[in-house]
Design a binder for this molecule. Sequence first.
Ligand code: ARG
Length: 565
Amino acid sequence: MKNKIIQLLDNSIDVLNAEQITEILEQPPKPEMGDYAFPCFRLAKELHKAPQQIAADIKDSIVCPDFIDHIEVMGAYINFFTKKDAYAEQVIERSKSSDFGSSDEGTGKTICIDYSSPNIAKNFHVGHLRTTVIGNSLYKIFTKLGYKVERINHLGDWGTQFGKLIVAYKKWGSEEAVKEKGIEELMRIYVLFHDEVEEHPELEDEARAWFHKMEIGDEEALKIWEWFVDISLEEFRRIYDLMGMDFDHFTGESFYRNMTEDVVSELTEHGLLTDSEGAKIVDLSEYDMAPCLILKNDGSSIYATRDIAAVEYRKKTYDFTKCLYVTGQEQKLHFSQVFKVMELLGNTWAKDSLIHIPYGLVSLGGEKLSTRGGNVIYAEDILKEAISKIREIIDEKNPDLSSEEKDEASRIVGVGSVIFNDLYNQRIKDVSFKWEHITSFEGETGPYVQYTYARCSSILRNVTDFSEDAVIDYSVLTDPATVDLLKEIDRFPDIIEDAAERYEPSVVARYAVDLAQAFNRFYTENRIAVDEKNVRDARCMVTSITRRILKDSLDLLGIGCVERM
Ligand code: ARG
């Protein structure tokens, strides 16, 4: 219908093309302003007439087609009032197919998303939770648009810190303690190293020697390192499992360790490498950036070197159209440097294809979160706490559920509540963490949307004779609450495209709340299980479509649904 209106306007306006008209056409905020509105301000300049006059002229030139009830000029706007039953019909026809919102925009194109990427022997903290949920949601969004997505976990599993860890382990660690406590113990001995090194600076040399051994493939060094990697991965996987998330590649920094030499030769061939106090750098002063360090003065490669190797590997292996990096904004400079170096190496694609997706901090605002040793907050503890809080609420709200159903619902809703809270605001903004809000079943929360989904399911369970193939009487779907809900449904495809264009899952999260709210208004004003079969079928149809889009929206955020909660 929108397209038909665009077509009408296109026929009447010579100075704009269909694409420009699409950009200008609005959905008015109030029903008394119609279903679509076209402001004429922009035309005033070109046509040298008052916008009000232009609006009136255009209106006069349009012959009202049958799906339009009437057209009104209000100030500089041309407002289109569609016939409500025709509108209902077109929204339902369009949205009832299960791939509503999908597109083939991405067919034949690959996007790499580098996200989560925790550091071995360090805890998976709230910051990593953010990159994990943002990256996972972008994966879902781009997949829905037809792209092939490579989910890459660029683990922090290489670097001088592992030399330190080996020294610490040999001096103060034990196999039993590491086996028993895992990352917590590795963190403890790592901190100890930093305390001790103050008085014993020679520990630094020992650490460097161990890392050097790792770099030249020493068996003992690599064996200890690999063990630390396995132990850490086991803990990380537990978190991914809890969240129902997975990756296509766990290719961390160590994966590129033998490719850094090629990076150095390539940079040398291009005359980009300069000496600086024994280290090798790429000077980026011309671009107002600090130099990109490539080799330290002891000859070892660093984070950036491995990132350059990784870009080359990924381009060669996946031939991506885009490679996205989801990290905190503090890594902005790092990625600007890496991307610039790629450009200077003659890769013209680098400028538009390599994209840093930064996000803000999690501010705990005085919340007491459970901590293990050393006041460190583990993402896993937060998720578990959310699950147990939701369990309490479900126990109270729905005591009839079986204990398995309660377990399942608490996990999905608990984890979902944390993810939703993370994704609800623009990613660049700091996320505030307030238990009372996060786990609430009301307001702009995950549980609210999930609860609305479960409500739709329950309504449909209770109407036994409804089928999606029913012939729908659209004339009973014309009251304001229903029309509002249909408008929300109609927005879904645009929402996904908008979220993808801006790499912004919050667009979907906000939409999910809008849709849930519109449904709840529809439900308050319209009884669904009424006696008249035509009314009942039509309302069930709307409920069924809403239910599916709520589920799809949550899925795009990486959140599951339950039928009862
Ligand atoms: N391991 C890093 C961290 O925890 C994030 C890695 C991001 N990805 C990359 N290709 N540099 O901060």
